[in-house]
Design a protein around this ligand. Sequence first.
Ligand code: GLC
Ligand code: CA
Length: 571
Amino acid sequence: MEMILKERQRLNEEQNFWKEEVVYQIYPKSFYDSNGDGIGDIKGITRKLDYLEELGVTMLWICPIFTSPMVDNGYDIADYKGIQAEFGTMEDLTELIEAAKARGIKLILDLVVNHSSDEHAWFKAALADSGSSYRDYYIFKSGEAGNPPNNWRSIFGGSVWEPVPNEDNMYYFHTFDKKQPDLNWENPALRQEIYEMINWWLEKGIAGFRIDSITFVKKDQDYGNAEVDGSDGLGSVKHKTRNRPGIEKFLAELNRETFQKYECVSVGEAPGVPYDQYDQYIGENGYFNMIFDFHYADIDVENGSEWFRRTNWQPQDLKKLLFKSQEAVQASGWGANFLENHDQPRSLSKYITDERYQNEIGAKALGTLFFFLRGTPFIYQGQEIGMKNFQRKTIEDFNDVSSIDNYHRSLLEGFSEEEALNFVNQRSRDNNRTPFQWDSSTNAGFSDSNKSWLKLTGDQVEVNADDQIGCPNSVFSYYKQMIQLRNHSSYRDTLIYGQFAPLNTTDAVIGYERSGDETLQVFVNLSNQEQKIESSGELLLNNYSELKEQDGARVLQAYQAVVIRKGGNHD
Ligand code: GLC
Ligand code: CA
């Protein structure tokens, strides 16, 4: 009894609203177009709140909706306090915040402060007058003997240095596209300006932020050359600007000056942080409430920004990475779990290697795999109906800047056009950016018109929300059930706050348990072969209609996933 009381007490201390959320990520351009211009918008999100409420999600993360030339679909911001006209107005946003709130749904926005757009007023002022105080809001440097200041390669390809027009031998710095100049975090005035802007938004009643590319804000101040790591003669900027010493000062200050003052959530996009630094990032006094871990998301490639370096991964590799991630996060704090986002391909196409199961079986298996991990689950739009990648036939059909860069870099590395196109098709960020498939009509119900800013996948007759909503066996209904089980069943405390532990299984099965008041076990067969599991107890969730037994043991069929309540340890 005392044990249980202690456990309850521990739980109370550890409880935070953001641990209990189920987050749904919206890529506004592709969610729903309310005015027929072929571009999704804020009013479109408001119109679809019924759908989101029906699904059962409790928080929305909306990708950037701020004023932007849209070179990187809004990750290039020209005015942090303005709304991009094609998405709507500030009134539309206020209306969305209110309407969502009325349904118990919170809203977080995307905070992009490693860089701005080159069309931001600060950057324009910096260019117009080299003596302007805004000059130091960005990073300007003189070239070396007619060359850029160093050999760093930007994440989207080519040098990080762009010549400044009308100034001899002068360059500005960009980690991503040349239309995304980096902000100079070394400048305290710039940092204050950012904090003021963040607090302004938090005062408006949003629940927090997802913080973009935040591990890039500290650059090695020597700006020395990086080791060359490609046929372009350049070295990745990551070696010199990602999670570099000195960043701790910026991130601790950011947290202190903004998030800590509010009852809000901060979710860091923090690639490049080794596990032995997770304490600093998500520990008790960490910079963020949670961060995304990309170690397993990039399993199909050696490195997330070079898609031509593909791996031949096996289920046991994924298992190892996933367990390592869960254990590291558990030791330090809390994680943000995801299968997909707007920078990743569709999970069905990536993780289900036997194409015959890239259907509702595979989608439910993957859902089960990630949804019950310890941490807050993030569902990316369309994942809950099992949307898939879309094969494009020529590079001209791609919109995403990094797809075009990766295509050209693949050619440079000596791959054929066909191979290059294949790499891009597998990894392109456009895969996840195709319009949401609401119904089976020509434009998938994405818009009243026949317009769409990006080509649809074309498989909306097989995969669409309309058909799935009332259908008990659909992927959508399965996601509803998962949310129900995690957030509203008697297993809630266990599934949200329970400890994570790996289970012993055959190579192709990923098995883990969550233990609190109860012990729940999750098993997912990531192969097309039957697999025996060692487990007894009540079946709570199953993506097949039965669970076979053979010689007294339970057997998972191809890509079968189950959640089981382990019997016998309850008092
Ligand atoms: C993040 C975003 C990505 C964007 C990049 C630059 O990784 O998720 O979409 O291109 O940062 O802002
Ligand atoms: Ca529109």
